[in-house]
Design a protein around this ligand. Structure first.
Ligand code: GDP
Ligand code: MG
Length: 162
């Protein structure tokens, strides 16, 4: 089964997207220690595509001091487990230095990456999507995980990747 890791800094909407793609088809949570416990796995569906997705859920509990190391550890673990990664940034917050750290991790790993610009509903997404080109991860895909916008473009990109 094709596996897609959803990565990105806290609060960009990773879990909202996870929930949209997985719906109620949540996989059983493995009783595993450490970072693996903080990765949530689910059976995702987008159109006629079915795949496994991994959400880096453990970032939600991290305190500010431990966050950078935790983000790196969880992201590397998720990316290593997956066939490709969906890197999510936030159109409302814009592209932040932390996003560039993620982009570097993904580029250095040579991971197959799709770049989604979330919270892009309405007119919000255009500026952030243009700015996201500078992350060097290919064409940014504007989406709204909350409102279900951009799912067609996400489908097309994912279909071409797998
Ligand atoms: P995570 O920390 O990356 O998993 O982010 P969450 O999925 O927990 O979402 C963080 C916040 O962003 C929540 O308040 C969501 O309701 C909100 N959010 C998620 N997706 C969207 C979106 O498409 N548009 C807007 N406006 N808000 C969103
Ligand atoms: Mg989350």
């Amino acid at each position: 089964m094709f596996t897609l890791a959803i990565v990105g800094r806290p609060n960009v909407g990773k879990s909202t997207l996870f929930n949209r793609l997985v719906g109620k088809r949540l996989a059983l949570v493995d009783d595993q220690p450490g970072v693996t416990r903080d990765l949530r796995e689910g059976a995702a569906r987008l159109g006629d595509l079915t795949f496994t997705i991994i959400d880096t859920a453990g970032l939600e509990e991290a305190d500010a001091a431990s966050l950078p190391g935790r983000m790196r550890a969880l992201t590397e673990r998720a990316v290593d487990m997956a066939d490709a990664s969906l890197f999510v940034v936030d159109a409302r917050a814009g592209i932040l230095p932390q996003d560039e750290v993620f982009a570097d991790i993904l580029r250095k790993k040579g991971a197959k990456v799709l770049l989604a610009v979330n919270k892009a509903e309405g007119r919000q997404g255009a500026d952030a999507s243009m700015d996201a080109w500078r992350l060097g991860l290919g064409q940014p895909i504007p989406i709204s995980a909350e409102h279900g916008e951009g799912m067609g473009d996400l489908y097309t990109a994912l279909d071409a990747l797998r």
